[in-house]
Design a protein around this ligand. Structure first.
Ligand code: CU
Length: 119
């Protein structure tokens, strides 16, 4: 009886800790996914993401840059301006066509602003 009760307790505990571990894993996976993405584009793990909406003026796939005429960016206290962004994830160029209106998420990396998402 005692061993059965103990086994039951162990099973119950491992089932609940498994559930916790699984939800923990999912959080870890999200974090790892973000870290990996950040690592790909350099030391921007600590960078804050900003968002800008604007029109694509030029695209340079070879250099990995895009020039946007973007509206004000409150999080950076930027006025509207036309400027160059770095695009390290080449797949983003699929969404970056000249004259296209886009919303981008970007982060400062050293002296550059790197686009991480195009909406
Ligand atoms: Cu700007």
């Amino acid at each position: 009886m005692k061993s059965t009760a103990t086994l039951y307790l162990i099973l119950t505990l491992s089932a609940s800790s498994l559930a916790i571990a699984q939800s923990g894993d999912m959080k870890d996976m999200d974090m790892k996914g973000m870290d990996m993405k950040d690592m790909e584009i350099g030391k921007m793990v600590q960078s804050t993401a900003h968002q800008a909406t604007g029109v694509v003026k030029t695209v340079d796939l070879a250099k990995g840059t895009v020039t946007l005429a973007h509206g004000p960016v409150k999080s950076l206290q930027w006025p509207a301006m036309t400027m160059r962004f770095i695009v390290k994830d080449k797949s983003l160029f699929d969404k970056l066509a000249v004259d296209q209106k886009v919303t981008v998420v970007f982060a400062k990396q050293n002296v550059d602003y790197v686009v991480t998402t195009v909406k």
